[in-house]
Design a binder for this molecule. Sequence first.
Ligand SMILES: Cc1cc2nc3c(=O)[nH]c(=O)nc-3n(C[C@H](O)[C@H](O)[C@H](O)COP(=O)(O)O)c2cc1C
Length: 312
Amino acid sequence: MKLYLAPLEGVTTHLYRNTYEKYYGHIDKYFAPFISPSEDCPMTSRERKDLLPENNADVYLVPQILTYHANHFTDAAEVLRTMGYKEINLNIGCPSGTVCAKGKGAGLLKDPEHLRAFLDEIFSFGQRHQLEISLKTRLGYADPDEFYRLLEIYNEFPVSELIVHPRIKSDMYKGSPRLDYYEYALQHVKCPLVYNGNVFSKTDYDVFSKTFGSEISTVMIGRGAISNPNLAEELVSGTSKFDVTRFWAFHDSLYQQYKEVLAPDINVLYKMKELWSYWKENFDDADRTFKHIVKAKKCVDYERIIATITPR
Ligand SMILES: Cc1cc2nc3c(=O)[nH]c(=O)nc-3n(C[C@H](O)[C@H](O)[C@H](O)COP(=O)(O)O)c2cc1C
């Protein structure tokens, strides 16, 4: 089984990815959070910094593009190609209202014929430039039955991998993934298929793999791997133990790096607070402590608060 780390905007930055790889690993592919090219600007300087190969030297990284316009995709893909990337992912799943209103992300699913023309253009570009293009999709915009037509469309193109998050737009990230549609994808897809959604523990994975058996070759893990950075190792090795020493080493390294690049303190703490919204579940007293972390305004306050978290 292969494991991919899902892109989480604001969380899985290059500093996060490299630090994660150093302390935990067991990830075959890291997906960068989306870049959103515009007419005049295929990539902002911040996005470029996050994707620069020298900033991602220790991980296999797949950049992701979010757009409604095929020419914006190909402009950004051209820049990524000159940076050395040979594989790019298209985001057809982001459920955010503002994103979908512009026809991007899951918004692309609203109009399958536009999507088809869009894919036609970007896959022609991909073939001309030996660029692999993978897709990360939901089942549909308003109704999961849209997936039948969408899969027919995806099957028309040389998709390098189809990552399916079996929810529709309005599900956001809540409720159970619609596994019956995933079963349909397994039976009808013509390219390698990747599952994504709600794998939070070894038990979740076992239930899932019991349902689908050996047909599951690749799983993309997101929130589960952020909450428990050891999740990938647990899925691979079959043992589960939250190693506190390793967690704090990972935390301290990431925190120091954010302190170096994100000053003033408030920006560093913004990042750490977001991470603690995931990490807190590993610590018995962390709900109460998390409330203090949220209120911290200075790094010294933060450091004093986390020193009280047990176990350490
Ligand atoms: C805060 C947050 C940011 C996300 N950013 C992205 C993104 O940039 N690109 C993307 O394709 N998916 C994004 N996602 C979706 C995740 O990649 C993933 O599909 C989703 O969390 C479901 O997988 P999980 O249940 O393993 O977490 C994001 C999800 C969250 C919660």
